[in-house]
Design a protein. Structure first.
Ligand code: CP
Length: 303
């Protein structure tokens, strides 16, 4: 079987994206499928994570695979100066798949060129987070009943937010309409907006959340990520730009749902958590089923 990676959401066709959401639904219905007994999967986190690492490892365990790896490079030979090339080449001799997160954009793509086994990008710098996108899409499909024609308001750090970049590219297969809300310094990069224009998709840009929240099917909140800023003063200026509060949801659509890849800092007030439109913790559970789907699809045990 030819090796298949997941580095960018654009590595999957529209049909494959739909198939992953179907497989995730299947795993949610029947999570006890030991399809990977005898397999070993490496979980290599060169950058911190709670949800992505643990939901991937939960998915691997639920599928019956054994898990090896690290969540901190200080106890590995990376701290002695070993290159990414040598690290990946070595670990690819120990397992059947590598799931990796790295702060350097392009590191998983480079790893996929070195490795003889499939690589899954669990987030690379401000670039891409495709497994998050697939679980976001599964969450949208579950709550809206469809992926087609969704109006989504993306709020916060749209410049460095890898989750919004991947999600925008995926939703552009499905005739979505976008409202971008960010400070000017954190605007959606031009390359992504040009991509929407090329496909004839509608988007608007705002500096305030305003009344348009009432027309959205999905409100996608993001954290302003301190770790992506080189200028601390710039971070201080924009870090509290948007805080979603329960009072702002009074006239929103009945079926609107609020997603957030998490972690949050203070961009969603805790008074939103008990609102039935808050979906961000259910979204984390969807991550396990979606990652079961991704792993089993890439390893060819589910078609
Ligand atoms: N959503 C997400 O990537 O969360 P973690 O950084 O905790 O993995």
């Amino acid at each position: 079987m030819e090796k298949k990676n997941l580095i960018s959401i654009t590595d999957f066709s529209k049909e494959e994206i739909i198939r992953i959401t179907e497989l995730a639904a299947d795993f949610e219905q029947n999570p006890h499928q030991k399809l990977l007994e005898g397999k070993v999967i490496a979980s290599l986190f060169f950058e911190p994570s709670t949800r992505t690492r643990l939901s991937f490892e939960s998915a691997m365990n639920r599928l019956g695979a054994r898990v090896i790896g690290f969540s901190d490079t200080t106890n590995t030979s990376v701290s002695k100066g070993e290159t990414l090339h040598d690290t990946i080449l070595t670990i690819s001799n120990y397992c059947d798949m590598i799931v990796m997160r790295h702060s350097l954009e392009g590191a998983p793509r480079y790893a996929s060129e070195v490795s003889k086994i499939p690589i899954v990008n669990a987030g690379d710098g401000a670039n891409q987070h495709p497994s998050q996108t697939l679980l976001d899409l599964y969450s949208i499909k579950k709550t809206q009943g469809t992926l087609d024609g969704i109006k989504i308001m993306m709020i916060g750090d749209l410049k460095y937010g890898r989750t919004v970049h991947s999600l925008l590219e995926a939703l552009s297969h499905f005739n979505a309409e976008f409202i971008f809300v960010s400070p000017e310094e954190l605007s959606m990069p031009m390359e992504y907006k040009n991509g929407l224009t090329d496909k004839g998709l509608k988007f608007t840009e705002k500096r305030e959340i305003g009344e348009e929240i009432n027309s959205a099917d999905i409100v996608y909140m993001t954290r302003v990520q301190r770790e992506r800023f080189t200028d601390h003063m710039e971070y201080e200026r924009v870090k509290n730009a948007y805080v979603l509060r329960n009072s702002m949801l009074a006239n929103t659509k009945e079926n609107m749902r609020i997603l957030h890849p998490l972690p949050r800092v203070n961009e969603i007030d805790p008074d939103v958590d008990s609102n039935p439109k808050a979906y961000y913790f259910e979204q984390t559970e969807n991550g396990v089923y979606t990652r079961m789907a991704i792993i089993s699809y890439l390893l060819g045990v589910k078609k």
